[in-house]
Design a protein around this ligand. Structure first.
Ligand SMILES: [Zn+2]
Ligand SMILES: [Zn+2]
Length: 387
């Protein structure tokens, strides 16, 4: 609360964003149900809405977020073009603005002055409040996206953003509606409702995913893992893992965790449309989980004598915990040692190969030098004959 008092003097309203949120939001809760109840909405229109929703969400999660903001892999230009077009259709700003703000969010997470959507400033602020006013924490500074500024496709998006964003929303919805024979029904659910729903699903990552869920990997920030949010955000709900290992292309790192974005990137990788998929080594993930388990166990032990005095022998558990921690440290040290040995052995093998290759080149050079020497002798003889 004290932190909010510092921000009491409200900055000016960002009118374009506010009007868009208010108008589309109002239409989604009044016009759309009214139309639906009066004229009915065809199944086809709902299918188109779901397809558009998936295309928009995946372009934001796999494109804007994991490809451009975090560079967790590289993608073929056709894939990037898809992300750029359907990401613009989600109306969440240009890749430049989205990725720049998001990189600041990761570096300054939870900082009330530097994190553009700090969850410490409350649900409303982190959900969409940060976009409806021109807060100092939200001022653009593209110094952190020099890599993206070299991309011609993203520069094209920046120059024509409004046209692409409005054009895709109107044109794609109208074309699909005309094709399936339910023009206005499609405009309602695939045009308006889909846009509002897709935006709020993404906004939940900045708000709810920093408030509701578990913290298996780190408690150094507010980010949470939440399976329910992961379901509606195409995998982005595993936000605790993501904040700790942001350079991994996966967010739901376990095989059973719902992360369609991860599956899409892996599938693109398997057909050659995505490359350099970055993964955190398994041992680092295990290490983070076990460290947190120890931290939690110690905190529980510290309170145990008050909570359940008769049920457990606190000293015995403490000794067992210390023993486990020793074993954990020993295993990590052993892992590092074996890994170093492996690295050394690989280096040696490489050196040996280089030596063999060096000898090969040296022999070739010597052979050429010998040929030149012989030629010089032949020339000398020739000169002698001519003299
Ligand atoms: Zn976050
Ligand atoms: Zn991120």
């Amino acid at each position: 609360m004290t932190q909010q008092i510092q921000h009491e003097v409200l900055p000016p309203i960002n009118w374009p964003a506010t009007l868009m949120f208010v108008l589309t939001g109002l239409a989604a809760v009044t016009l759309v149900p009214l139309y639906g109840l009066t004229f009915g909405i065809s199944t086809g229109a709902w299918v188109v809405a779901l397809v558009f929703l998936a295309a928009n969400e995946l372009s934001i999660t796999a494109g804007y977020h994991r490809l451009w903001a975090h560079r967790t892999y590289s993608a073929h230009w056709t894939v990037r073009l898809f992300y750029m077009v359907f990401g613009s259709m989600a109306i969440q700003n240009t890749v430049f603005e989205w990725a720049s703000g998001h990189r600041r969010h990761h570096i300054n997470v939870d900082d009330v002055d530097l994190d553009p959507y700090s969850a410490k400033r409350g649900f409303w602020f982190s959900h969409m409040g940060w976009m409806v006013r021109k807060y100092p924490s939200g001022i653009n500074d593209f110094a952190n996206i020099k890599d993206l500024e070299r991309d011609p496709m993203l520069n094209f998006q920046k120059r024509h953003y409004l046209k692409i964003a409005v054009g895709t929303n109107v044109l794609f919805s109208a074309l699909a509606g005309w094709a399936i024979g339910d023009f206005w029904g499609t405009m309602m659910v695939a045009g308006v409702l889909r846009l509002v729903v897709s935006q709020h699903f993404t906004f939940f990552i900045n708000s709810l995913a920093h408030m509701w869920g578990s913290r298996p990997y780190t408690d150094s920030n507010t980010a949470r893992d939440n399976g329910v949010l992961a379901f509606v955000t195409f995998g982005e709900g595993y936000h605790n893992f993501h904040h700790y290992f942001a350079h991994d292309y996966r967010n739901g790192v376990r095989w059973w965790q719902w992360d369609p974005t991860k599956w899409l990137i892996a599938a693109l990788g398997s057909v050659g449309l995505a490359r350099n998929l970055k993964r955190v080594p398994h041992v680092q993930i295990q290490r983070a989980i076990i460290e947190m388990q120890f931290k939690r166990a110690e905190a529980r032990l510290a309170n145990a004598h008050m909570a359940v005095p008769a049920l457990i022998n606190v000293e015995e558990v403490r000794a067992r915990l210390a023993h486990e921690y020793e074993a954990f440290k020993a295993a990590l040290a052993e892992w590092t040692r074996v890994k170093d040995q492996w690295y050394e052995s690989k280096k040696r093998a490489l050196m040996q190969r280089i030596e063999v290759e060096e000898n090969h080149f040296r022999a070739q050079l010597r052979e050429i030098e010998y040929r030149l020497k012989v030629q010089r002798k032949r020339m000398r003889l020739l000169h002698a004959q001519l003299a």
